[in-house]
Write a protein that binds this ligand. Structure first.
Ligand code: NAD
Length: 471
């Protein structure tokens, strides 16, 4: 990203967070109003993407601005003391490292790696690692903060963290990816560990990457499976972890469905982002008899009124096929995906995909946020005006970290639950979270997102205060 793109632009939305006229990842605003005022110092000017790439449009409002907006609104509603809010807005620790990798062209390419620990009052820091060309410090900050509130909402004993490297794993050979992963772990291992901070998969990383991270950590500290979650089953991973975030999204749909008189067999759904979260959500929805009528990923979008076989599509993609090549579907422009008629829309790609300039096109009755920060505040207002029920990321996609918690617990005790046990326990936690958040929403007469932030923040404030971290 060029420096001019990193420059601050004026914001004029009623929410205080605005989308620009032109969507497009290269045009996203960075280092906006949060830059000095909230205790985070100067905006991130670190090296950004190493290569340009074409993708469907995203809002240019950053993930950080989205999360800051919701935090600010909740802090005001809760009448949180300004000094407490200042502590909770900024990160406890931010580590930035260089990740040099020699690529096929014979040259060393230097990527930037980050690990941000937002708040550890409730337990060790926990959060995924993202490999994606657009990763930067602000995005990682935002995602780390989300993890703080998320772990509090589902009541598991962790704080919030996130990490990432601004490289495109799809463009690296396996040995290059392994080298970069090990190099990243080498640089950040001092702030990690089973009682300090435990990474997990996120966009662009998977069980294989977690295995390399564990192995590299083990070289320095001895075999320590609880240092990373989302590992392969062969390396003390937990049954059910790979599908956990998608399964959690489906548990949330099931809890919310009666509010709209929806039953699975009459539910058509659309998935934006057919990766880990999106494809598992789709496969589990399909097991309930719901029908997928649209899907997209970074390569394009498809639709079919007759229904798309979610299991077969996942297999097709895992073998290297693209969505557009899949039999019996109509290829559409990614922007048209929102116009596919359905009951449930599931964003499961990147942040800011539902924004001011496309939210009014959405043809769904419910949005269940599989992705983190997929909806900008301006889009959220539009969805509310349209009467669309939004189940927010903070609880909707918490299934992954819940089963990561189970994996950590199993690793620390060196035993293993079967998949049914994992899924049942996950269901209990997700249902409790939905009921607590929706009770709070009714009590305060606010949307689920506002209620979720309030609950999460209150729990973290209580822990921080009791510990003596803030007083
Ligand atoms: P992934 O890398 O497995 O999948 C991401 C998918 O999004 C890919 O199919 C990619 O092609 C697609 N995509 C990228 N850009 C797109 C665009 N512009 N339009 C449409 N599709 C696009 O990642 P994932 O782990 O499934 O994560 C997806 C989202 O879920 C992220 O926001 C992540 O933070 C969130 N999340 C993931 C987990 C987890 O356990 N993996 C847990 C909680 C939240």
């Amino acid at each position: 990203m060029s420096d001019e793109n990193a420059e601050k632009t004026e914001s004029a939305s009623p929410t205080g967070v605005e989308d620009s006229q032109q969507g497009g990842p290269g045009e996203r605003e960075r280092g906006g109003p949060h830059a000095e005022a909230d205790g985070h110092g100067a905006p991130d000017k670190s090296p950004k993407r190493t290569e340009e790439h074409d993708q469907p449009k995203r809002a240019e409002v950053s993930n950080y601005e989205i999360v800051s907006h919701w935090f600010g609104e909740a802090a005001e509603r809760l009448e949180l003391r300004d000094d407490f809010a200042a502590v909770l807005r900024s990160s406890y620790r931010e580590v930035q490292v260089q990740v040099p990798v020699k690529l096929q062209d014979g040259k060393i390419h230097v990527f930037s790696g980050y690990r941000v620990q937002h708040n550890g009052a409730r337990g060790p820091y926990k959060g995924g690692i993202r490999f994606h060309p657009e990763v930067d410090l602000d995005e990682v900050r935002a995602l780390a903060e989300l993890m703080t509130w998320k772990t509090a909402i589902v009541g598991i004993p962790f704080g919030g963290a996130k990490g990432g490297v601004n490289m495109d794993p799809k463009k690296l050979e396996a040995h290059e990816l392994q080298g970069a992963t090990r190099s990243f772990m080498n640089k950040i291992e001092k702030v990690l560990g089973p009682t300090r901070d435990i990474p997990a998969p996120d966009v662009g990383t998977d069980a294989q990457v977690m295995a390399w991270l564990m192995d590299e950590y083990g070289k320095l500290h001895g075999h320590t499976p609880a240092c990373v979650t989302g590992k392969p089953i062969a390396l003390e991973g937990s049954y059910g972890r790979e599908a956990a975030t998608g399964r959690g999204v489906v548990y949330m749909y099931r809890e919310a469905a009666p509010l709209l008189d929806l039953v699975p067999s009459e539910t058509r759904f659309v998935v934006q982002g057919y990766g880990n979260v999106g494809s598992w959500t789709a496969r589990i929805m399909e097991q309930l008899d719901a029908k997928m009528v649209g899907a997209s990923d970074a390569s394009g979008a498809i639709r079919s009124e007759k229904g798309i076989d979610a299991e077969a599509l996942a297999e097709h993609v895992s073998k290297g096929g693209t969505l557009r090549d899949f039999d019996g579907v109509e290829a559409i422009d990614p922007d048209e995906l929102l116009e596919v008629e359905c009951e449930v829309f599931i964003p499961a790609a990147l942040g800011g995909m539902l924004h001011k300039h496309n939210a009014s096109r959405l043809q769904a009755r419910m949005v269940v946020e599989g992705a983190n920060s997929p909806t900008t505040p301006a889009a959220d207002e539009i969805l509310q005006d349209k009467g669309i029920l939004v189940v927010p990321d903070l609880m909707a996609n918490a299934g992954g970290v819940v089963v990561s918690y189970f994996e950590w617990v199993q690793n620390l005790q060196h035993f293993r639950w079967d998949e049914r046990e994992v899924n049942d326990r996950l269901g209990r936690i997700m249902r409790t979270a939905f009921r607590e958040v929706s009770a709070r929403a009714r009590e305060d007469d606010v949307p689920l997102r506002t209620a979720a932030y309030a609950l999460g923040i209150e729990r973290v404030v209580e822990a921080s205060r009791t510990r003596g971290y803030i007083s």
